[in-house]
Design a binder for this molecule. Structure first.
Ligand code: SF4
Ligand code: SF4
Length: 290
């Protein structure tokens, strides 16, 4: 079984053509700008929408393990107690609660993906596995293989922070690597995201040396993290024979999800970067939602 956060049909920003994006759970990084923080854990999680909650406290009443409280007047869940039984979700009159994360079999995932095969054929699309880190769960390799056996074009949006062995095992079943390079300063990368630059670099070098034409390097451009170092990062990725480079300007669309998980979001006051601010890099700019 594979833990899935979300399956998004008709995705158009995660590779060529019309695609289905499958967001798998689990990530070894913890980037503070992450648009999908609900994918960090492989385990299912309760999410709470403050904006629709009517503060009836029904969730507190029905929780069998007393994980919910309203001590400061607002909802809080103790995730060390929560057993994700879903009782609160079923009893919430405002649909303010949901569980993120479903264990699915390979067949169930592919059945969902194959619903749009006609669109993939017409548009040159396929399936993109994203996350989190799509190769974090070991069964992801077998899922990729099964997707290829169905004749699908496959892409992964990878952090590169994967063991060399797993990366090598997965590579034959991947048609396109959307490979994140967030920073080339190992100490800064480690401090802010928890990622190890050596591992990422090894996987990047490996795949570029064998199949550079199938690699698009992606750089999320984050104020206060790498915006000032962008020229050096670009020079690094361009020293490899990649098919292309995408700059993904910072946006704060993930903010709501951070709040739904009761986590504080570092960029509450930070505005999304406009394309005008990155005008000199316009040839590489790609806007991306979610
Ligand atoms: S999912 Fe179950 S255990 Fe978790 S907060 Fe809701 S009722 Fe309590
Ligand atoms: S049951 Fe739903 S609406 Fe009521 S307090 Fe809990 S989350 Fe809010």
């Amino acid at each position: 079984m594979i833990n899935v956060s979300n399956i998004e049909r008709f995705a158009i920003k995660d590779g060529p053509g019309i695609r289905t994006a499958v967001f798998l759970k689990g990530c070894p990084l913890h980037c503070p700008w992450c648009a999908n923080p609900e994918t960090w854990s492989t385990e299912p999680l309760i999410m709470h929408k403050e904006s629709v909650c009517v503060s009836c406290r029904e969730c507190e009443k029905v929780c069998p393990v007393h994980a919910v409280s309203f001590e400061q007047g607002s909802y809080a869940v103790d995730r060390t107690k929560c057993i994700v039984c879903g009782t609160c979700v079923q009893n919430c009159p405002a649909q303010a609660l949901s569980v993120n994360g479903t264990a699915m079999s390979e067949e169930e995932i592919l059945k969902e993906v194959l619903k749009d095969i006609d669109y993939y054929e017409e548009s040159g699309g396929g399936v993109t596995f994203s996350g989190g880190e799509p190769l974090f769960q070991k069964d992801a390799v077998s899922l990729l293989k099964a997707a290829k056996q169905c004749g699908l074009h496959t892409a992964i949006e990878t952090t590169g922070m994967v063991s060399k062995q797993r990366f090598r095992e997965a590579a034959p079943y991947v048609d396109l690597f959307l490979f994140d390079i967030k920073h080339i300063d190992a100490a800064k990368l480690k401090e802010v995201t928890g990622a190890g630059f050596e591992t990422i670099k090894e996987n990047f070098e490996l795949i570029c040396s064998q199949r550079g034409r199938d690699v698009i390097a992606r750089i999320p451009v984050i104020p206060g993290f790498n915006l000032e170092d962008l020229d050096a990062i670009l020079a690094f990725v361009r020293s490899y024979p990649v098919r292309g480079v995408n700059l993904l300007p910072f946006h704060n669309f993930g903010k709501t999800k951070w709040h739904q998980l009761q986590r504080s979001y570092r960029y509450d006051e930070e505005k999304s970067l406009s394309s005008g601010e990155l005008e000199k890099y316009r040839d590489d700019l790609v806007s991306i939602g979610g």
